[in-house]
Design a protein around this ligand. Structure first.
Ligand code: TA6
Length: 306
């Protein structure tokens, strides 16, 4: 789907950014600065690792993840476009769209004051149009520094309007999901995928995880916070251009059912996803663009107390 990649080494920044091939032959940028570390695969524009200086890794990565053409990486921040979940009317379509399994084109790597900026792009192709018959351009801008900021711009490069769903499907690393809570979604309606997508309402209390949890919260622009007392930190995700937040943990049975996820890995992760899904899907007129972003931060828990 992408043109031949230019020689990637020209994007390297001495002492800060190198471009390697992982054992499966996928190209990956290794960012190592005084402020933070991150790994970004061109496969799916996938951030698989983010660790601010002085903090533990922020993102969960499954030890059983595939790293292969056409297969999604399990963990980090999968990029979901142009549909979330299954594609209505095409049961054989890949779950969560095709953006996460295509090779994105590396457009630029720059050193800013405290960040490294990485820009990537993905354009429609005959393969994508066989699944989703629209012309589009995706532009990713990822800032790696004390925080991680992910900007996804969707452009309608066709001459007719179309609608899409999207998500930055962030897998947070937690000490034990049974001991964390999620703040920011109080008094918010959600669809409960574990209960036939029935519509429910989160009460005043933070979300706690005590079983398989798969909730699609609509019409919310809130910043969310994953409080992880055992790690003495909170992970926050603030967002723009997004009206949906998804909270997911597979728990025991679903973990066992995923071949690219270890049976005993579910306590160590929690997804809090920045999205536009269902009634929050976005419609673009010809030539229109839409920007969604999320910013991930680590805060030591005493600072968030009260
Ligand atoms: O975002 C939650 C969810 O839709 C879950 O229902 C589960 O399917 C998860 O995404 C992972 O999906 P994947 O296609 O990556 O296995």
């Amino acid at each position: 789907m992408s043109a031949d990649l230019p020689p990637l080494r020209r994007f390297e920044i001495p002492q800060l950014v190198t471009v390697e091939k992982n054992p499966a032959g996928l190209d990956v940028l290794l960012i190592r600065t005084p402020e933070a570390q991150a790994d970004i695969f061109l496969h799916g524009a996938h951030v698989t690792h983010f660790q601010p200086q002085g903090a533990a890794p922020v993102l969960f990565m499954s030890g059983a993840s595939y790293f292969a053409p056409g297969k999604p990486i399990r963990g980090g921040i999968p990029v979901i476009f142009p549909w979330f979940g299954g594609l209505e009317g095409l049961p054989e379509a890949p779950a969560h769209g095709f953006a996460r399994t295509q090779t994105w084109e590396l457009r630029g790597v720059s050193r800013l004051e405290k960040d490294v900026e990485v820009c990537l792009a993905l354009h429609s192709s005959p393969e994508s149009q066989a699944l989703w018959p629209h012309e589009f351009e995706l532009h990713a801008r990822i800032l790696v520094g004390p925080q991680l900021r992910w900007e996804l711009e969707v452009c309608n490069s066709s001459n007719s309007a179309w609608s899409f769903e999207e998500a930055l499907h962030t897998y947070f690393a937690v000490h034990d999901v049974r001991q964390v809570c999620v703040k920011g979604l109080a008094e918010t309606d959600y669809f409960d995928k574990t209960d036939g997508f029935s519509r429910k309402r989160q009460g005043a209390d933070p979300i706690r995880i005590a079983s398989e949890t798969d909730r699609i919260f609509g019409d919310t622009v809130s910043t969310c916070e994953v409080e992880d007392p055992a790690s003495e930190r909170a992970l926050t995700v603030s967002k723009s251009g997004s009206k949906t937040t998804v909270v997911w943990n597979p728990w025991i049975a679903k973990a066992k059912a995923m071949p690219d996820f270890g049976d005993d890995e579910w306590p160590g992760m929690l997804c809090v996803e920045t999205a536009n899904v269902g009634d929050n899907r976005v419609t673009l007129q010809p030539g229109e663009r839409h920007l969604m972003s999320c910013t991930l931060s680590v805060v030591s828990l005493p600072e968030t107390a009260g």
